[in-house]
Write a protein that binds this ligand. Structure first.
Ligand code: SAM
Length: 377
């Protein structure tokens, strides 16, 4: 394997030299620097001590956790033996100390304890029952095959950080796969990304509820064709019941008008879901991430604070209006988003941009008022 050194934030690591990222024997995607930035900032804010990077590839994420946060013990695991060898090389590159070699496991003790493993993530997580404060799942595609084990490996008040890159599934391009993996009906069209993120979150909530765990969504977002969620677990059947009450269904008419209901079963036909209808962020948590992003070393010093600023300012209510889709549905001319937002605000409604689409807004205004604003301009 030919290697090349790359730098991200404070970390220098070796990655395979490859024409295209999916051809490489060990996976490394520089575009995910923003995902890793936000994860590092989240860990800084949370102050978690025992951390698992369960699907680690080159080790970049776990190494950043160890170097940039107050985590005391970081485990980096990958089933691929090439990845495991590279993780060990990258640990040696970034930390001093004598590695202890055991079979398929290397431990490096210094200021921090670093553990590299070459195991099936499910096996590792089942063995380390309620051991970690923070478990990161960053798989190829869907995280579902790892979810039960992650819920066992994490402490009952711990945090799960989960990526899903199967957006085609969650956004309805592969409906049957969504039914199979997430037991949910996806929607196509302009609401598909927000609905996809809410289907994913809703499924995580249902899985956690099996273990009498409730969920606080610290942050859930969509970006660069993936979804990412940070969930703080809450111990107890009552907490799980409270979370389950935030599940429900979305409805959308051909006019673009949408409606939703919190219910265990849908009361009408043509329902999309079940999906999460609770908050997609803790405002306090996102404010802290944003503040920290402005004076922390980052992999993407421009886009990460910009994106966190957008998330901070976004109105946190279910679903949005895409101005392009609405004008298309109603035969109107395309309008500037800023103008529509201004009209709604002048009328006393709340209205903001949304990270789900550069042409969409979130508002508490009724559907007719949004259409009226599009016509007024
Ligand atoms: N977290 C990495 C980063 O930020 O660069 C990228 C991880 S990559 C998307 C997914 C990794 O999961 C691959 O390296 C793959 O070998 C590993 N993997 C897949 N199935 C696994 C399993 N059952 N157990 C452990 N690792 C697995």
């Amino acid at each position: 394997m030919k290697l090349v050194e790359v730098h991200e934030s404070l970390v220098g690591i070796l990655v395979p030299k490859a024409e295209r990222i999916y051809d490489a024997p060990v996976f490394y995607n520089p575009v995910m620097a923003l995902n890793r930035d936000i994860s590092v900032l989240a860990l800084k804010v949370l102050g978690s001590k025992r951390v698992l990077d369960a699907l680690s590839a080159t080790g970049i994420r776990g190494i950043r956790y160890a170097l940039e946060t107050s985590a005391e013990e970081v485990w980096l695991n990958d089933i691929n033996p090439d990845a495991f060898r590279l993780i060990v090389e990258n640990l040696k590159l970034n930390f001093s100390g004598e590695p202890e070699f055991r079979e398929k496991k290397v431990v490096l003790r210094g200021d921090k304890t670093l553990v590299a493993m070459n195991a099936d993530a499910n096996r590792l997580m089942n063995e380390q029952f309620r051991y970690f404060d923070f478990v990161d799942l960053d798989p190829f595609g869907s995280p579902m095959e790892f979810l039960d084990s992650a819920l066992r490996a994490v402490k009952r008040r711990g945090v799960l950080a989960i990526t899903a890159t199967d957006t085609g599934v969650l956004c309805g391009a592969y409906r049957n796969a969504c039914l199979r993996k997430y037991l949910a009906e996806p929607i196509r069209g302009e609401l598909c990304h927000e609905a996809g993120l809410r289907i994913l979150t809703g499924t995580l909530v249902r899985y956690a509820a099996k273990y009498d765990l409730g969920v606080e969504v610290l942050l859930a977002y969509y970006r660069d064709h993936y979804f990412r969620t940070f969930l703080r677990l809450r111990s107890g059947a009552k907490k799980a019941d409270e979370s389950m009450k935030q599940l429900g269904y979305l409805y959308q008419e051909p006019s673009g008008r949408f409606d939703y209901e919190r219910a265990f079963l849908p009361s009408k036909v043509k329902a999309y879901g079940p999906l999460w209808l609770g908050p997609l962020k803790s405002q306090e948590f996102v404010e802290e991430l944003y503040k920290l992003s402005r004076d922390s070393p980052l992999g993407n010093a421009k886009k990460t604070p910009e994106f966190l600023g957008l998330l901070r300012d976004e109105l946190d209510i279910p679903f949005h209006y895409d101005t392009h889709a609405l004008t298309r549905r109603h035969g109107l001319e395309v309008r500037k988003l800023a103008g529509v937002i201004e009209i709604l605000r002048e009328k006393g409604y709340k209205a903001t941009r949304t990270h789900f689409s550069p042409t969409a807004l979130k508002t508490d205004a009724p559907f007719e008022e949004v259409l009226e604003a599009l016509r007024e301009l």
